[in-house]
Design a protein around this ligand. Sequence first.
Ligand code: AMP
Length: 513
Amino acid sequence: MSSEDQTALEALNFANLGLSPKVLSAVVDAGYTTPTPIQAGAIPHALQGKDVLGIAQTGTGKTASFVLPMLTRLEKGRARARMPRTLILEPTRELAAQVEENFVRYGKNHRLNIALLIGGVSFDDQEKKLERGADVLIATPGRLLDHFERGKLLLTGVEILVIDEADRMLDMGFIPDIERICKLIPFTRQTLFFSATMPPEITKLTEQFLHAPVRIEVSRAATTATNIVQRLVKSGSKPWEKRAVLRELIRSEADSLKNAIIFCNRKVDVSELFRSLIKYDFDAGALHGDMDQRARMTMLSNFRDGRLKLLVASDVAARGLDIPDVSHVFNFDVPIHAEDYVHRIGRTGRAGRSGKSFTIATKSDTKNVDAIEKLIGQKIEWHDGDLSTIFTSEGEEEQPRRGRAKARGEKRGEKRDRKPRGERHATPPVEPTAEDVAEQPSLVPAEVIEARRQRKQAIRSENSQRKSGPEEPGREERPARNDRPHRRRDDEANTVVGFGDDMPAFMKVAVKV
Ligand code: AMP
């Protein structure tokens, strides 16, 4: 880092960065007094028109590090119809919307036209905004190229290009689109480029499209903040066992849990976990790539505004989202890519606050946990004993029903250590009715309602097959009888000795002699 950068960092005062009075006043109104390192490092160079390569992840204040100098520079000049003056490329719609919010907040003393080009919303409104002339155009690559191909947009007037979350763009397969867009913009533009990590493909891209950039690296992508308490939590490997562990954790953290993001590796698990949490009366919402834009935005704003406590999300849906002040992160699954762990837990402990992260780990996760510990350069403590102390249900689940008591080492007639009667027969959690759902349509996307309906039907038909007595809580979590590994054959079913495992409860009540 040059001595100039060092001075800027040491000054750590917005007034010293060269921002315009209008911008400074908006920053003061936003309540920020001290620039973050990426802001102190990038803003002076961005104001001088230099290319910047910022290696910083979300949560470091990187958005303001390009929005503030852009606002200052946009004070001179005017936009022309269909010729945006600046272009910001974002990998996801939510990130694009978030950047727009930043422009609105910090640009409150400016009269700028801001256009947001994202998928999932109508082309017409977006075209109107382009027609009026956009000072700031914030777009996802696909939708931008759609407009370009329709002839609604000229990129030859772009003076500043921002490529944000470049490594995310790479993950999502946007690099060819980015290359194409870069070639449509004049060579003389200024480019501000941000990425949390620098894989070779991204380095190549910067070599191709940046001119003598000033490199500012605020923290290694592999570092995790020290103000985040990280814990591993042991679990059996069955999804329902993991769900039970999660519920227990959420309950035990109740006092300190203000709100939490719960990460799953696959979007199908996001839906499944979301439905289960709702069923158990948790205040939960879901965010994954298959939800329509409106539902995603509503879910997100409910979570941000504190109307929703738990947000179940996939990596793609949640990466880069700015949700300040999340008290907890739960990894329902250990992430397959170690870097995702860093991104996930970075959702908590923002802006110096403290945060907690719990990662539910099963025996099959050992390799991935090792990779994470290697990447972050530290061992993660176990919350309540490591996996060697875990009782797994695998053995039990794989037993045919008749043989289970034997497998548990119980002698015939011996009383099994079970929950107290009251608890055993507790009322099962009530699934929200169609009316409940209709009351809060903004919270529950249509697909989820449909999935719930189907699931309810499946549970009902399974129950009628069982013709069993009162359901125990969590029974729905067990694999369907027919899915169990050693399914009882019909002929076996007819030869059960005595009551088998289906002995009525009254037979097991201890008798006073
Ligand atoms: P970002 O990394 O851009 O997603 O920003 C992370 C969070 O930090 C956002 O909620 C910002 O509002 C907040 N933030 C940005 N700059 C500052 C600052 N200088 N001081 C405190 N918080 C900030």
